[in-house]
Write a protein that binds this ligand. Structure first.
Ligand code: CA
Length: 230
């Protein structure tokens, strides 16, 4: 699992700092913004998994930040409301916030809500995104790591699978041996690019040759390409 990144939009620096320490301790990466405008800008430009958004903020209040974020993104938002302001809570949820916490709050409760909100969001995402790539008669299920040609499973090794996935993700683009080596074998692999040719040959014997269809094309002196013929 990669580290989740949380944006804290809170003008009270002591609270922001406290939250940052707690979240870091729990294994999250943290970005902070101290006013609404900066918060909005970071929410829309940075790669973030969840936002903790205070309502009373300088420059742009939390409600407005929430409303503007929702026009562009479904990123989870937990709002921090001052006191026990029911109106704020209702408005926040109406504007699309996922949850809210009333200040002062127990950090354990906030952490539990963060976990729950992230979990819910991941479930929603995985329901909507089918994690597969297909091209003609070829289909790759990236979750189950299964490759099928005309509904028949093709047995691939891990590296063959990764190589095919990389080529398919870059279909209609010529990929060089060097970039394949870097992306499929990892940056720290100081090997000969010949290994790429060897694995291309394995893939071809299982796909192109076996099914008598030219799937992987060689671009001489450069690398390889899978073309979408349709
Ligand atoms: Ca505030």
């Amino acid at each position: 699992m990669d580290k989740k990144r949380i944006l804290i939009v809170e003008d009270e620096e002591a609270i922001a700092r406290f939250l940052e320490l707690e979240l870091n301790y729990e294994g999250y990466d943290v970005i902070k913004a101290f006013d609404g405008r900066d918060g909005l800008q970071k929410a829309l430009s940075e790669d973030i998994d969840l936002i903790i958004l205070d309502i009373m903020l300088p420059k742009l209040n939390g409600m407005e930040v929430c409303r503007r974020i929702r026009k562009e993104s479904l990123i989870p938002i937990i709002m921090l409301t001052a006191k026990d302001d029911t109106l704020d809570k209702v408005m926040g949820l109406d504007l699309g916030a996922d949850d809210y916490m009333t200040k002062p709050f127990a950090i354990e409760e906030l952490l539990a809500r963060i976990r729950a909100t992230l979990r819910k969001h991941t479930e929603i995402k995985s329901e909507h995104i089918s994690n597969s790539i297909s091209l003609g008669k070829l289909e790759m299920d990236l979750d189950k790591r299964i490759v099928k040609y005309l509904d028949t499973e093709v047995e691939l090794t891990k590296k063959e699978f990764d190589l095919l996935e990389y080529l398919l993700n870059n279909k209609n683009i010529v990929v060089s041996r060097e970039s394949i080596l870097q992306k499929v074998w990892g940056y720290d692999f100081y090997g000969d690019t010949n290994i790429v040719d060897v694995y291309i040959r394995y893939l071809r014997s299982k796909l192109d040759d076996f099914y008598k269809e030219k799937i992987i094309h060689t671009v001489r002196g450069v690398g390889y390409i899978i073309k979408d013929e349709n």
